[in-house]
Design a protein around this ligand. Structure first.
Ligand SMILES: C[S@@+](CC[C@H](N)C(=O)[O-])C[C@H]1O[C@@H](n2cnc3c(N)ncnc32)[C@H](O)[C@@H]1O
Ligand SMILES: [Zn+2]
Length: 274
């Protein structure tokens, strides 16, 4: 399963570490994850969400506004894997584990491997695993651009609001495997943008430049949720890319909101290898 990020040989579990035949050794942290980022990947400027961002994301996700999305994607995973025995799924850019752990509970026959470049996020994944008593999830600190798995390892790579890499994902998937990408739909959180901006805009669809794949299925999944407190509104907004582009006037409008009904809108795409 895991390969050495330095020499690419297979890693073997020995007591509390993962070791390769060339002697590279990666200790398993007390919480149970392993850090497989190479020195290059450890550049602190590129180490993903920090502790504060992870905490904000966790607090928001725990209110289950995005539970319908987790369940919908879980159903798609279960359906894709209906005829597969002992499947392996990589959740690439899994964040703090909200979705990974939900999927793992919904598809108990599968082994889930969450990776994220943020050590803080991966550490929180283990908290979720311990809280829920989940047995079929493993987590590693690693980059989506250098997945620490053998080629052809995964039946599915699922990628939710996280970097999509064409060649790396193609290499790590089985030839019959699927890449499932979840991204915001054009109307996602439109009401929130309309409350904050003078000229709200629809999200543009992402172009991931996937040359190794073809689009096999696309589902737009939308529902409405009422955000019930100023705290939830602000923490949701701070998780979006809009947060960094909002003027002081916009932020003032945002903080004044006490409740708002918003569209939660997602596009779930299934890609297959060409
Ligand atoms: C918007 S968050 C989504 C997290 C999670 N999938 C979710 O929906 O809750 C994006 C995640 O991608 C991670 N990330 C950013 N660059 C990455 C990379 N090169 N490799 C792996 N993860 C990365 C961040 O640390 C962050 O956890
Ligand atoms: Zn090695």
């Amino acid at each position: 399963m895991y390969i050495c990020p330095v020499c690419k040989n297979k890693l073997e579990r020995q007591d509390n570490s993962w070791r390769c035949p060339e002697g590279h050794c990666f200790d398993i942290a007390r919480k149970g994850y392993v850090n497989l980022l190479t020195t290059v990947g450890r550049n602190p400027k590129n180490s993903g969400d920090n502790a504060e961002m992870v905490k904000a994301r966790t607090e928001f996700l725990n209110r289950d506004y995005y539970l319908p999305l987790a369940e919908k994607t879980g159903e798609i995973l279960a359906e894709e894997l209906r005829d597969t025995s002992d499947p392996a799924i990589i959740d690439s850019g899994c964040g703090e584990g909200y979705y990974t752990v939900k999927y793992a509970a919904m598809v108990p026959k599968a082994r889930f491997f969450g990776i994220d470049i943020s050590k803080n996020a991966i550490s929180h994944c283990m908290t979720r695993v311990h809280q829920k008593g989940i047995k079929n999830c493993s987590f590693a600190v690693a980059s989506s651009f250098e997945l620490p798995f053998e080629d052809g390892f995964a039946d599915i790579i699922v990628c939710t609001f996280a970097p999509v890499t064409d060649r790396e994902y193609a290499a790590k998937l089985k030839q019959t495997g699927s890449l499932i990408v979840v991204s915001p739909s054009p109307g996602h959180l439109f009401e929130l943008k309309a409350a904050v901006y003078d000229e709200p805009y629809l999200n543009r669809p992402n172009d991931y430049g996937l040359e190794s794949f073809y689009l096999a299925d696309e589902q737009v999944f939308e529902y409405k949720k009422k955000l019930e407190s100023s705290e939830d509104i602000c923490s949701l907004f701070s998780m979006t890319p809009y947060f960094y582009k909002t003027s002081a006037k916009g932020m003032e409008r945002l903080r004044a909101l006490q409740s708002i009904e918003v569209t939660c809108g997602f596009v779930i795409q299934t890609y297959k290898l060409k």
